[in-house]
Design a protein around this ligand. Structure first.
Ligand code: NDP
Length: 263
């Protein structure tokens, strides 16, 4: 199944599940910027929520507010029982500490999975793992390489793959080119989250039955590119656009439903 087909069938499932609840699951999205990319991400989340019957509150605050004012707003939403999930759209204005805000969201409502004690798995790795499982990708004893070690993608992705009993290697900017070539040529599963157009291209000698997951979103001259060159000679490759972005959005809905229905 393509990512698009998978996401649309999962959304149907969620919509059906929501229709059977005797309350309205509610997601609060706090935005404290006038950034056009953030506007687009929030629009996507509002549209996804509406599609499946989740009530989404878009709380757009003046970017000149103080950190204390934002903390107070988060505290109010943390204590509002009608709000099941709470996310704060990044980036934040420079007078506000992103780390402090991430820690202020209640771990029980942190459906982005950014809090170290969050009850939820970060959306991008969760979406990826579930899709690969739906494609019957095998993990046990397979060699998985994660390129990138960020807190929101690379690290949680490596942990999930390890939990599935894959042999996991994490590559980053300090890994030598020689080692990158060595690890990648031996990989059964590769997840690339670097943020560089076509970081992984046909010059690498990959296994023909490898599975490639492209997390990257790179805008170059107004066009969108992934971190992996399209149409590599492998078994499965997620496209950009129409790949991990959709899986991430789906995982947010899944986390929200989990938050709303968990006892
Ligand atoms: P970060 O910038 O936080 O992390 C990038 C990682 O790539 C770092 O760990 C860095 O290593 C590593 N890196 C940089 N250059 C190289 C290199 N030459 N060789 C090997 N590793 C390298 O990015 P994110 O993880 O937040 O995002 C990565 C990409 O994924 C971006 O394009 C982002 O837009 C996209 N993204 C897409 C999402 C989606 O829903 N599709 C969701 C989240 C992100 P080091 O730690 O050593 O600096």
């Amino acid at each position: 199944m393509t990512v698009k087909e998978y996401v649309s069938s999962r959304k149907e499932f969620i919509k059906n599940l929501v229709s059977q609840l005797d309350f309205e699951p509610c997601l609060a999205i706090v935005q404290v910027n006038d950034d056009p990319a953030s506007d687009a991400y929030v629009r996507g989340k509002l549209k996804d929520s509406a599609e499946v019957g989740i009530k989404a509150l878009h709380i757009k605050l003046d970017p000149s507010i103080t950190e204390q004012q934002l903390l107070e707003k988060i505290d109010q939403l943390n204590n509002d029982d009608s709000v099941h999930g709470l996310i704060v759209q990044m980036p934040l204005p420079k007078q506000i500490s992103e780390d402090k805000i991430k820690l202020a969201v209640s771990p029980k409502k942190d459906v982005d999975g950014f809090h170290p004690l969050s009850s939820f798995i970060a959306c991008t790795p969760k979406g990826i793992l579930n899709y690969l499982k739906s494609e019957k990708v095998e993990f046990v004893s397979k060699n998985a390489v994660v390129v990138g070690r960020s807190n929101i993608v690379g690290r949680p992705m490596a942990k999930l793959l390890l939990d599935e009993s894959a042999n996991v290697t994490v590559i980053h900017s300090k890994t030598s080119q020689e080692d990158k070539i060595k690890y990648l040529s031996n990989a059964d599963i590769v997840v690339v989250a670097v943020g560089r157009k076509w970081f992984l291209d046909h010059t690498y000698n990959l296994k023909k039955d490898a599975v490639l997951v492209d997390v990257g979103i790179n805008r170059v001259d107004g066009k969108l590119y992934g971190d992996i060159e399209p149409n590599m000679d492998v078994k499965l490759q997620t496209p950009v656009p129409g790949g991990v972005g959709l899986l991430t959005r789906l995982a947010l809905l899944e986390n929200l439903i989990e938050a709303a229905t968990k006892k």
